[in-house]
Design a protein around this ligand. Structure first.
Ligand code: 13P
Ligand code: SF4
Length: 367
């Protein structure tokens, strides 16, 4: 990385470049930065971005890489905001995490605000000895302050690949779990573990007592926050039925953020990494319908030339926030970095970092 010699380059300059120019200039900036930088790419990223990634993977894999690869001082995170925050929490203090577009958020993460979670906890505390009986477990698709809430209250984070282990860990310590912000991941995981429906309830943060009676709260073993992924909730059971009619021998694999009616009809469900691994390892000639984000499915379709891969529903859109990271933003972040300017530095405040790390460390220990 050269000393600061130039002014910060504006993003508008990059938006006028062709894909070929962007590719070349990003590759050159990466080459110039050498071991100074590591580009991490989530499985949902566009091809024009993922082709520059040193590592690609699901949330858990990328979190682990951020924690382990301390030798690279700059981490350019091609994913969404909560993932870059997680990388900042887990990385060493000498590392700087960059998110190429700050507008790359997550609509699910926005469905639980700390004020609502605090209020839920206070309400539960009026009904139960909350600190001894309720384990807060937060999906990593959440703001750092919510991870910190969990860390401070003895709780834990989870990803789609370790939700079962995290739920087991939580029930081994406290009789109830407050699981947020994705009700579907929590419910689908508990369904697989055989939890009866009457021991689950949904907490609607806009209703008194979350919309539940005191008796139901006392009875529940799993309190599911009313939140969802706007992309995965678009998959419907009829999409599975339609595929099966056309391809009776075909297999359906979906992400556990889908509604239980879809997951229950599918052959398998799991994280983005699980989906990629499973379809890749399947025998030649097999047929798959995949229910997760479109960029991942299109890539699988192209790469798995010996298999037939379909998107589970042609009416479902891609994740609009993951899509914010494009070739122009990546090139802008990389060239500015090569010239000594850090753009879009993601910094989690120290207080949140300490407790959020406690919750993430507990998760890492059970993963
Ligand atoms: P994974 O942890 O499976 O990569 O999923 C992250 C995500 O945001 C799914 O919508
Ligand atoms: Fe968030 Fe859904 Fe996009 Fe994943 S796919 S980042 S959960 S909005």
């Amino acid at each position: 990385m050269s000393a600061v010699t130039s002014v910060l380059k504006p993003i508008s300059e990059y938006q006028a470049l062709s894909p070929e120019q962007l590719f070349k200039r990003t590759a050159e900036a990466k080459h110039a930065l050498g071991n100074q930088v590591m580009i991490l790419g989530h499985n949902y990223q566009r091809d024009e971005v993922i082709e520059h990634a040193d590592f690609r993977g699901d949330s858990l894999l990328l979190s682990k890489l951020a924690a382990e690869r301390s030798e690279r001082p700059y981490v350019v995170f091609c994913g969404v905001h909560f993932m870059a925050e997680t990388a900042d929490i887990l990385s060493r203090s000498n590392q700087t995490v960059i998110l190429p577009d700050l507008a790359a958020g997550c609509s699910m993460a926005d469905m639980a605000a700390i004020e609502q979670v605090d209020q839920c906890w206070e309400t539960l505390a009026r009904i139960l000895p909350v600190e001894e009986t309720v384990m807060p477990a937060v999906y990593v698709n959440s703001a750092a302050v919510l991870k910190a809430f969990c860390g401070e209250h003895g709780g834990i984070t989870c990803t789609s690949s370790n939700a079962r282990a995290v739920i087991e860990w939580s029930w081994a310590r406290r009789e109830k779990i407050l699981f947020f912000p994705d009700e579907h991941l929590g419910r689908n995981t508990a369904n697989k573990m055989g939890l009866p429906r009457e021991e689950m309830l949904v907490w609607d943060p806009f209703q008194p007592n979350g919309g539940n009676s005191r008796e139901a709260i006392k009875r529940a073993k799993l309190i599911l926050w009313k939140g969802h992924c706007s992309v995965h909730q678009m998959f419907q059971p009829v999409h599975v039925d339609n595929f099966r009619k056309q391809y009776p021998q075909g297999k359906v694999i979906v992400h556990p953020e889908c509604h239980e009616d879809v997951v229950n009809k599918a052959d398998m469900s799991g994280s983005t990494e699980f989906i990629i691994r499973t379809v890749t390892a399947a025998p030649p000639g097999t047929v798959w319908a995949v229910g997760t984000e479109l960029n991942l499915v299109n890539r699988l379709k192209r790469e798995m030339t010996d298999k037939k891969v379909f998107f589970l529903s042609s009416t479902v859109c891609q994740c609009a926030t993951m899509f914010r990271i494009d070739g122009a933003h990546l090139c802008w972040a990389m060239e500015n970095l090569a010239e000594g300017h850090v753009v879009n530095h993601i910094v989690v405040p120290d207080d949140d970092k300490r407790w959020a790390k406690a919750a993430l460390d507990r998760m890492m220990a059970v993963s």
